[in-house]
Ligand binder design. Structure first.
Ligand SMILES: NC(=O)c1ccc[n+]([C@@H]2O[C@H](COP(=O)([O-])OP(=O)(O)OC[C@H]3O[C@@H](n4cnc5c(N)ncnc54)[C@H](O)[C@@H]3O)[C@@H](O)[C@H]2O)c1
Length: 330
């Protein structure tokens, strides 16, 4: 059996190599993307592993069928860039990694909130200029806050546990409340109720067409004065222009954004010598009470190892037994 993996980063290589050795399966590692040009490289392999946000090549599944490739295993969750109808028509099973480490994202959300509450960006800037004074940048304690969690799935649940560990009061809103959390009495009946009561709003829901700009001008106007916003979910959930306005009129005291609505051409790219054309992001980047990170909440050793190993094991299971727990095409 032979596998080929595309878009392999250096930090993934040791996990691939250890698995290949342990399972005695040859795995070719390719740092390039899977596109029209590289598709022919898959010839002769049993499984293809990929990880990309850009679209996959036209006619890929038909090509796999002709070549006798048995499975496409992606190392992430999202399948929106894949033509699953074509996969089904060509009878090529697709597997994903539904959860690689909810804690990685939950921990990062809390980390960013703590930094905002203690104004660490301002202190870093002051200290770099050798200004070691404290005032007027007094901090706030998480224990004294009501944290509003929107979306109580895998990541939302992990975040709730951490916030409760800090002694914060947690309230939550979900379209489909979790029975166990419901018994704790943390759910509020409507999104509006959460917006009105929370000192911190943290997003942990997927981005669907209905939830585009969930936090828009109207939503910001319903929030408490001095609210903190944390988004490690999807950029499109927040209308960035409205957030910037809410930061300027002090409705929002601080925001941490690990995702941004126009992030694709910017995040995880080296743009040091190439200015980007996004005036709203440029303005957000220079606010001392805004923390922008390039979609790294997931990026831990544990999560990366899980993404690689779960994808490899799924590919092996499909090749050997014709099934996997992580099939996205049934
Ligand atoms: N920043 C990162 O590195 C990173 C990594 C992985 C996942 N994510 C994002 O985190 C988010 C949550 O992921 P997850 O694995 O916990 O998902 P999940 O499917 O386990 O949970 C999502 C929850 O949101 C709820 N929900 C859906 N629409 C809602 C709405 N309109 N209002 C309230 N609740 C709603 C669902 O009922 C579900 O309980 C996703 O947007 C995902 O893309 C980000």
């Amino acid at each position: 059996m032979k596998f080929i993996a595309f878009d392999v980063r250096d930090d993934e290589k040791p996990y691939f190599q250890a698995w290949a050795k342990q399972n005695k399966i040859e795995v070719t590692l390719d740092s390039g993307v899977l596109d029209e040009r590289t598709l022919k490289k898959t010839t002769g392999y049993d499984a293809v592993l990929a990880l990309q946000t850009r679209s996959y090549p036209e006619g890929m599944f038909e090509f796999f069928k002709k070549q006798g490739i048995k499975v496409l295993s992606i190392r992430n969750v999202g399948v929106d860039n894949l033509d699953l109808t074509a996969a089904k028509a060509s009878q090529i099973p697709v597997t994903n990694v539904p959860a690689y480490s909810p804690n990685a994202i939950a921990e990062f959300s809390v980390t960013q909130l703590l930094q905002l509450l203690r104004q660490t960006t301002i202190f870093r800037q002051k200290i770099a200029a050798h200004d070691f004074r404290w005032a007027p940048f007094i901090g706030e304690e998480l224990r004294s806050k009501t944290v509003g969690v929107i979306g109580t799935g895998r990541i939302g649940k992990a975040a709730i546990k951490i916030y409760q560990g800090f002694g914060a009061r947690v309230i939550a809103y979900d379209l489909y409340p979790d029975p166990k959390l419901k018994s704790q009495g943390i759910y509020v009946p409507t999104l509006a109720a959460l917006l009105q009561q929370a000192d911190v709003i943290t997003l942990h829901l997927p981005a669907t067409a209905q939830d585009c700009y969930l936090l828009d001008e109207k939503a910001f106007s319903q929030m408490k004065q001095g609210v903190y916003i944390i988004n490690t979910a999807r950029g499109i959930l927040i209308e960035s222009k409205a957030l910037l306005a809410a930061l300027k009129n002090h409705r929002v005291a601080g925001a941490a954004l690990d995702t941004y609505e126009n992030e694709n051409s910017i995040f995880n790219h080296d743009l040091r010598a190439q200015p980007f054309d996004d005036p709203i992001l440029a303005e957000l980047l220079v606010q001392p009470n805004v923390l922008i990170t390039p979609h790294i909440a997931f990026y831990t050793k544990t999560a990366v190892e899980n993404m690689v190993l779960i994808a490899l094991n799924s590919a092996k299971a499909v090749c050997q037994q014709g099934k996997s727990d992580n099939l996205v095409t049934k």
